[in-house]
Design a protein around this ligand. Structure first.
Ligand code: WTA
Length: 681
């Protein structure tokens, strides 16, 4: 490891696009940045024009900080743009979706077939009383019906709220109620590492906790009953849940027989399109709202330029549709462009550690978009797995979710990209809707570990604590950035990333909580959007993202708030107090460490630590399960009673303790560290 770090410190390689790539790229003119910056509104208006509108907009932008409206007065439908216009045109028999289930079942769905399926589902939603503006919660495995249900909602103007299938009943319950969903669309289960994720049973459990807004549960049969076989693989035993007549609706009876004819609702550009929940600094998740015209413009544009998407591409984004990456770059962005997308249901090591490479080989995928945590996992598994597969169809690679460390970048470049595919490291968020900071592969010289520059039409900068602009005066040494990404040291935050102009796909707020919206993103700086990330810039004006500066952890690229995990812990009868931090982890980026104080009257037993980990997984979902739970008598607090997480991080990451002068009782941390080290040892 330390060898790798020193080689990276010594190397200052930049990777310019090859001449051949630039010559064929969708965008290869470097003047585009200045051109877009000189008149961003007309730049974005140009992109909006690439969508189909029933009625053109009257004006481009109305900006009443912090609320933007884009393409005012325009009427369009997202589903029409993603499905009908391809199905009714030259792409009718082009594949829209290539799906692989974990058991190896394969389906290919053309745009024409997609139109039929989506229309049936849309008719089914209408029959269940769903109308424009109603919220529909979707809790499904990563199968075509998930994308189809999203598109069906968009077709009739219903607002979808997709909840990732790995979330617990508690998390689902909270999200259903926050959005006041009328309908939950789910499946009996989904495959994950040879097991069945019992989705319907989890919906039952969530509804048993009380979800008064829900009228029906629509269930697709993905796995069937135990003993059923898929691709000759028998479905193992799983909790099939219960069947409540009237409330529960069977997809086979209710959707399959319906008409394939369902008109699209003409939506206003600013009509709400979807809500997607993301973790914030407090325990309660934020329902991030996106509207139609601006969102569709942002994803259409970025898909075409960042991924250099061409007619014959086969686009494989490995994200689940439960996350924003799945919304924007599995469904809406690629399909707005009429692309062929690959969807995969299951685990990356099923049946073997080469599953992803087999999928690329089998379907000749040309673009791969995945996360650093997955790349680090592949590195750990070894280059012999991809070596056995034909990866020569690949021509472009992408990364998203967290800063990519240069070692992982180089491995991706050498072993997957065979040193010829450009890598686009894309920074963005649920809130931004679309990619914000990224190379353009036909123009940008890339540097491992840097997301490079804002997309044309996006204005970003780096501000200090007081909101003073640190660009371009406060520039860092690239070597330092590389060191920050590779070393065991927590980055010292250079400054705060800030977006200084409205952009079309920006969120229109937090569902039902305008005050929190203002406080979270618009209070820290007077004139800019504050995403919550630290950043530095180098002498070329490239951005180096340094991770979150708030209490949100990035565990395998997924946002989890420290408070959410703390609340789950204190919910357990044994726990009096808990403090949670994200500590550096080689594969996950960050892993969760929890420090807990046990109630005096509680009798500790051997299995308690495992029990606490399981409790968090049950409350939030397996992705929030802590790696370590450290039982302690006290937590380091300031004199005013605030827990000093920075010191806990120092302890967990085994560093010399920083400044402890503000501590009420400095002995607490050294005691904690002794305990931690004895555990580790
Ligand atoms: C982090 C995922 C560095 C960042 C699209 C952001 C990144 C949070 C990158 C949003 C990247 C995402 N480099 N950091 N390329 N991409 N992040 O909402 O901290 O799930 O604020 O959206 O992920 O996570 P979200």
């Amino acid at each position: 490891m330390s060898d790798t770090i020193s080689t990276l410190l010594d190397e200052n390689r930049v990777f310019p696009p090859t001449e051949a790539f630039s010559a064929a790229a969708n965008m290869s003119n470097p003047d585009i940045y200045d051109h877009a910056a000189s008149d961003p509104e007309s730049f974005w208006e140009g992109w909006a024009g690439a969508l189909h509108w029933y009625k053109k907009w009257d004006s481009v932008l109305e900006w009443n900080r912090p609320y933007a409206k884009w393409f005012l007065g325009g009427k369009l439908n997202a589903c029409y743009n993603c499905v009908d216009r391809h199905a009714l045109g030259p792409r009718a028999v082009k594949r829209a979706i290539i799906f692989e289930g974990e058991p190896g079942d394969i389906r290919e769905i053309s745009y024409m077939e997609l139109l039929d399926e989506v229309s049936k589902i849309a008719n089914g939603l209408l029959n269940l009383g769903i109308r424009k503006g109603d919220r529909v919660c979707i809790y499904m495995p990563m199968i075509p019906e998930l994308a189809m249900t999203m598109l069906a909602c968009a077709r009739i103007g219903a607002v979808h709220s997709v909840v990732f299938g790995g979330f617990s009943a508690d998390s689902l319950h909270e999200r259903i109620n926050d959005a006041q969903a009328k309908l939950v669309v789910t499946a009996d289960g989904g495959w994950r590492r040879g097991h069945i994720v019992p989705l319907k049973a989890t919906v039952d459990e969530a509804l048993d906790m009380g979800c008064p807004s829900v009228e029906h549960v629509l269930m697709y049969r993905r796995v069937g009953l135990p003993g059923n076989t898929i691709n000759k693989i028998p479905v193992p035993d799983y909790n099939v849940g219960k069947w409540e007549p009237i409330r529960d609706i069977d997809w086979n009876e209710h959707i399959l027989p319906l008409s394939t004819d369902c008109p699209c609702e003409e939506m206003d550009s600013e009509d709400m399109m979807f809500i997607l929940y993301t973790s914030g600094s407090t325990g309660k998740p934020k329902g991030i709202v996106h509207t139609t015209g601006g969102y569709m413009t942002g994803v259409l544009a970025t898909t075409r330029w960042v991924f250099d998407l061409k007619e014959e591409d086969v686009f494989f984004c490995t994200a689940d549709c439960g996350w924003i990456t799945g919304h924007s770059y599995v469904v809406y962005g690629p399909m707005a462009n009429g692309a062929t997308v690959v969807m995969y249901e299951g685990a990356l090591d099923m049946p073997q550690k080469d599953r992803l490479w087999r999928i690329i080989d089998r379907h000749r995928a040309t673009i791969l978009y995945t996360a650093p945590t997955a790349i680090r996992t592949f590195m750990k598994w070894g280059a012999e797995w991809p070596k056995k597969c034909r990866l020569d169809s690949l021509r472009l690679l992408g990364s998203v979710g967290e800063p990519i460390n240069p070692e992982a970048w180089i491995w991706y470049h050498e072993h997957i990209g065979k040193e010829v595919c450009p890598i686009v490291d894309t920074w963005w968020q649920t809130e931004t809707g679309a990619i914000m900071i990224t190379p353009l592969p036909g123009i940008t010289k890339t540097k491992p570990g840097s997301a490079t520059r804002p997309f044309p039409g996006i204005s970003a900068t780096i501000l200090d604590e007081q909101g003073r602009d640190l660009m371009p005066q406060h520039l860092m040494d690239v070597k330092e950035a590389k060191w920050l990404h590779s070393g065991g040291k927590r980055p010292s935050i250079g400054g705060y990333l800030a977006i200084t102009r409205p952009w079309p796909s920006m969120t229109r707020g937090i569902y039902g909580d305008p005050e929190r919206f203002v406080n979270t993103y618009w209070t820290r700086f007077k004139d800019a959007y504050f995403p919550g990330d630290g950043a530095k810039a180098d002498e070329d004006g490239y951005f180096w993202l340094l991770g979150r500066v708030d209490d949100v952890m990035l565990v395998s690229g997924h946002n989890i708030s420290t408070m959410e995990v703390e609340s789950a812990l204190v919910d357990h009868p044994a726990v009096a107090e808990a403090a949670v931090i994200g500590k550096k982890h080689e594969v996950k980026g960050q892993a969760i460490s929890a420090f807990v104080i046990i109630r005096a009257q509680f009798k500790q037993h051997d299995g308690l630590i495992e029990e606490l980990k399981a409790h968090v997984a049950k409350k939030i979902g397996a992705l929030a399960r802590p790696d370590d739970v450290i039982i302690t008598a006290e937590l380091p607090k300031t004199r005013s009673g605030k827990i000093m997480r920075r010191l806990l991080r120092d302890v967990a990451e085994g560093r010399a303790l920083g400044d402890t002068t503000t501590l009420a009782d400095p002995a607490v941390v050294s005691a904690l560290r002794d305990k931690y080290e004895s555990m580790e040892g």
